[in-house]
Design a protein around this ligand. Structure first.
Ligand code: G3P
Length: 226
């Protein structure tokens, strides 16, 4: 399963990218709006941190298919061919997807709240589908189950180029459930990624190892110099 960072905070992206095996960074207009910078300036800084080859996900904001396609051209021109255009799964978005597919521009269907939105986007050629797990939970439905349903639909329909980039996680358990299910990718906030291995029990177990080893070979010694 690919693991992406769902944020545009440069400092957090640098830290997560340095410590963890990360496949890309996803953004949306709300995430970009938090930083008060020109979107392309900020996105280019993110591109510099992650390099040319990692996937960067950037959303279109237009209300018509024509504008979305125009935005897609600019996004790819500014940020490179390993950038994927996030297209909302609404009728104008589906229309835009058909044109992007014709032009062989890579795209992802986003703002997915129902399995059938995911089905249409996959059928239209989306490389990824982004169900919003926690937002679906907050509507009183089951975001993990909706994501599994989309995964199953994609598999059973044989849309081999498509898979999930599940998004909108609010806890590690939601991510774990989809990891166990074998989804293609998830995009997760830096804080939740840090929480994968961030419990008190884990850090105190490692501290105990250091303490015990020091009692054997002395303080500040390691397996490199004992
Ligand atoms: O990028 C889409 C998604 O991750 C939204 O997350 O936290 O706004 O529900 P959130």
């Amino acid at each position: 399963m690919k693991l992406c960072i769902d944020d545009a905070n440069l400092e957090k992206i640098k830290r997560i990218y340095e410590y963890y095996p990360i496949d890309g960074v996803s953004t949306n207009p709300t995430i970009l709006s938090k930083y008060g910078r020109n979107p392309y300036e900020l996105l280019k800084d993110i591109r510099d941190v992650i390099g040319e080859d990692k996937e960067l996900f950037v959303q279109v904001t237009g209300e018509t298919a024509d504008i979305m396609v125009e935005e897609a051209h600019r996004i790819i021109q500014e940020l490179g061919s390993s950038t994927l255009v996030k297209v909302p799964c609404v009728p104008e978005g589906f229309k835009a997807m058909k044109e992007l597919k014709n032009e062989q521009i890579r795209f992802i269907g986003t703002a997915v709240y129902t399995p059938m939105q995911g089905y249409i986007a996959a059928k239209a050629g989306a490389e990824y589908i982004a169900p919003y797990v926690n937002r679906i939970d907050n509507l009183g439905f089951d975001g993990v189950q909706a994501s599994k349903d989309i995964h199953d639909i994609i598999q059973k329909a044989g849309f081999t180029y498509s898979g999930l980039l599940a998004a909108s996680f609010k806890n590690v358990y939601q991510v774990l459930e989809l990891a166990k299910y074998g989804v293609k990718a998830v995009t997760v906030s830096p804080d939740i990624i840090e929480a994968f291995a961030g419990s008190h029990e884990i850090t105190s177990a490692v501290a105990q190892f250091s303490h015990d080893f020091a009692s054997l070979v002395g303080e500040n010694k390691t397996m490199a110099d004992c």
